[in-house]
Design a protein around this ligand. Structure first.
Ligand SMILES: [Zn+2]
Ligand SMILES: [Zn+2]
Length: 252
């Protein structure tokens, strides 16, 4: 059994046929999914989906791209959403994105830190997004409290993975480990089996040979197979460890 730790199931490609998406995932051994919010509206949608399906859990949070557009009372809104359902298992995705820089740097930092404080007060873990922002993210994580943290869609190198692991942070690998030009293979190979989990980040980032198409939770199996191959262990072993890590992290 596998757990997809990062999905955006509220996108049109999946929302309207969600039962089929869940069934196809199940056929491929993916039995639980975390639906990740990126703004207030999608966070609310995650909760709705999680309330409807037993094997789906939700997070609530503001993505760095959306951090410039939050209303003044967004922290209160997130707090209310987090408190509204037992299926909310983390705050996220929060973080920093310097690749696209859709929100000003200062605001991205502020909104990330404020949400870390909220997560801390709520005793929830955080799921963070990091694109071209290794050093800034590291400073923020080092200087602010968190219960548990997950580095979603890890795409940095081994030395950064080690720095995060030293802070007790869990790493999540996505379909990009199946790409030819993957920059994160050394990290995946060097980490121990209790230091990482797996995700699709669907509908984005479909693994090879579906790259460029719409991604879905069912493709997590391809990612798990690649992780097993790189790590030199059986698929079974990858399943057992990543599932256990995800269950512990999200307290499922
Ligand atoms: Zn992300
Ligand atoms: Zn995401």
């Amino acid at each position: 059994m596998l757990i997809d730790t990062h999905t955006h199931l509220y996108y049109d490609s999946m929302k309207d046929r969600i039962e089929d998406v869940i069934l196809q995932a199940k056929d491929n051994g993916i039995l639980q999914m975390i639906c990740i919010g990126t703004d207030l509206k999608s966070s609310e949608e995650c909760i709705k989906i999680a309330e409807n399906f037993e094997n789906i859990y939700a997070t609530v949070g503001i993505h760095p791209h959306d951090s410039n557009d939050v209303p003044l009372n967004y922290l209160h809104e997130l707090f209310q959403l987090a408190k509204s359902s037992k299926k909310v298992v983390a705050i996220g995705e929060i973080g920093i994105d310097h690749f696209r820089n859709l929100s000003p740097q200062k605001i991205q930092n502020k909104v990330m830190i404020e949400q870390m404080e909220l997560a801390y007060d709520l005793s929830l873990p955080i799921v963070f997004h990091n694109r071209d922002a290794d050093s800034e993210i590291y400073e923020i994580l080092k200087n602010n409290s968190f219960h548990r943290a997950l580095a979603h869609c890890f795409s940095s190198n081994l030395s950064f993975a080690k720095k995060l692991c030293d802070l007790g942070i869990l790493i999540s690998f996505s379909g990009n480990i199946t790409f030819k030009n993957a920059s994160n293979h050394d990290a995946l190979m060097a980490l121990t089996l209790n230091q990482f989990v797996l995700e699709t980040d669907c509908p984005f980032l479909a693994p090879h040979p579906f790259r460029g198409e719409k991604n879905e939770p069912k493709y997590l199996k391809i990612i798990a197979q690649k992780a097993a191959e790189l790590h030199g262990v059986s698929l079974d072993e990858i399943e057992i460890h990543t599932t256990r890590n995800a269950k512990t992290f999200f307290n499922l």
